[in-house]
Design a protein around this ligand. Structure first.
Ligand code: GDP
Ligand code: IMO
Ligand code: MG
Length: 428
């Protein structure tokens, strides 16, 4: 059996968590392949709401196994907290969770290095979630990292202290005082103790050689869905560098983040919002810095799932969407948060950019520095509530036209339309 991939086509928060949960009954294994607790994936059903950071969004279906792959970086403190929260709500998280021995750890000092690096950038800060993502991936590629499989090793404490002390010296270089910093509301040394306790607990979770686990499962005919975190425009290679995250968020990341061959990838589900949002700094050509943007933020409750920061909002950007479809090889589109556009009488969609007076339909090398201007096409809004709709034939005509417009301009079918945050508010 093959693996299907679901990932974000914009700047993250497209609604990946919701739709993974909806699709989980069709799969045996849901696997995260990159990112870490910078992710915040929201799932709503039966009047309950959960936000997952590290655990794959298949966890609410007791039949599915959930795998955290080698490409993910794990903060054991956050992971344990997440498992406890789920167990408190009656969900058997630890039982259905498998973790790659090769996944790297986020140390408390990685989080401080993240904060120090951001502070040193001043106005040019990335707007990181401050979960230690950049520093932890840097240690991985710099070959200094510590992995989940090391947590049960008797030399773990030494490995930890050695790396922590290197970080401490780096923090001095930044003039950053660890003793004056709180992590999760605790002074550094207290948090460090809690973190080390979490490492002991994490070492007792189901650790696996995930590349063997997943390939054997596929050989046995099991169905696997890879769940992306962040979005294509935050990819370390293809995003709006340097305003990106530190992993490959695109479909290529599935191969290195899980150990599956490219030939095993079947469908690539590209998830996008009917408009655009971005949280953190960096270019956003169709951003609305006005009352319309504010209206989108209010209607879409656009505040970060991980940090609570207000998300920047703007119109759908087809130049960026087509770029993401190309990089990922998207075979089906899932349009999310469609209901959020209901209050708008007229909708705009950017189909091209004006770059130094020249019309283009490609993303420029550095669209942070070279300011591009969106060229808009205006489309009629449906201007009526749609959260209660459950089938395509109930869609108002302007919504059907909006979908057709997207399909025509991308050449990819829109197979799911989400009309509300709840599991049930989904038209397939
Ligand atoms: P993810 O990171 O891609 O999983 O997305 P987030 O969970 O960070 O952000 C998506 C937000 O939109 C969450 O609050 C979801 O509950 C919510 N959401 C998802 N789909 C829809 C939808 O179709 N309509 C509305 N109104 N909200 C949605
Ligand atoms: P999900 O999986 C939206 C953004 C941050 C910042 C940049 C770098 O929920 O879609 P990092 O902490 O990775 O160093 O931050 O990336 N970012 C996200 N934005 N959704 C996410 O994840 C994000 N993860 C990171 O805001 O701009
Ligand atoms: Mg999110």
């Amino acid at each position: 059996m093959n693996i299907d991939v679901l990932l974000g086509l914009q700047w993250g928060d497209e609604g990946k968590g919701k739709i993974v949960d909806v699709l989980t009954p069709r799969y045996d294994i849901i696997a995260r392949f990159q990112g870490g607790p910078n992710a915040g994936h929201t799932i709503e059903f039966d009047g309950k709401k959960f936000i997952l950071h590290l655990i794959p969004s298949g966890i609410f279906n007791p039949r599915a196994k959930n795998l955290i792959g080698n490409g993910v970086i794990i903060d054991p403190f956050i992971l344990l907290k997440e498992i406890k929260n789920l167990e408190g709500a009656g969900i058997e998280a630890a039982n259905n969770l498998l973790i790659s021995r090769k996944a790297h750890l986020i140390l408390p000092t990685h989080r401080m290095l993240d904060a120090a690096s951001e502070a040193s950038r001043g106005k040019e800060k990335i707007g990181s979630t401050l979960k230690g993502i950049g520093p932890a991936y840097s240690d991985k590629t710099g070959r200094n990292g510590i992995r989940m499989g090391d947590t049960g090793h008797k030399g773990f404490k030494d490995m930890y202290e050695k790396l922590r002390d290197i970080h401490m010296r780096r923090l001095e270089f930044y003039d950053f005082d660890p003793s004056g910093t709180e992590l999760d509301g605790l002074p550094f040394r207290e948090y460090e103790q809690k973190w080390l306790e979490a490492v002991v607990s994490a070492s007792k979770l189901k650790l696996v050689d995930s590349e063997y686990y997943i390939n054997r499962a596929m050989q046995q005919g099991k169905k696997v869905l890879a769940e992306g975190a962040q979005g294509t425009l935050l990819d370390i290679d293809f995003g709006s560098y340097p305003y990106v995250t530190s992993s490959n968020t695109v479909s290529a990341g599935v191969c290195s983040g899980l150990g599956v061959a490219p030939s095993k990838i079947r469908e690539v589900f590209g998830v996008f919002k009917a408009y655009c949002t971005r949280v953190g700094s960096g270019p956003f050509p169709t951003e609305l810095d006005d009352a319309e943007g504010e209206k989108m933020r209010k209607e879409g409750r656009e505040y970060g799932s991980t940090t609570g920061r207000p998300r920047r909002c703007g119109w759908l950007d087809m130049v960026a969407l087509n770029y993401a479809i190309m990089i990922n090889g998207v075979t089906q589109l899932f349009m999310m948060k469609t209901d959020v556009l209901s209050p708008f009488e007229k909708l705009k969609v950017s189909t091209q950019y004006k770059d130094s007076g020249r019309i283009t339909d490609t993303l420029p090398f550095d669209y942070g520095r070279e300011k591009v201007e969106p060229v808009y096409r205006e489309l009629p809004g449906w201007n009526t509530g749609i959260q209660h709709l459950r089938s395509v034939d109930q869609f108002p005509a302007p919504l059907t036209s909006y979908i057709s417009f997207i399909e025509e301009h991308t050449g990819v079918p829109v197979r799911i339309v989400s009309v509300g945050p709840d599991r049930e508010q989904t038209v397939i």
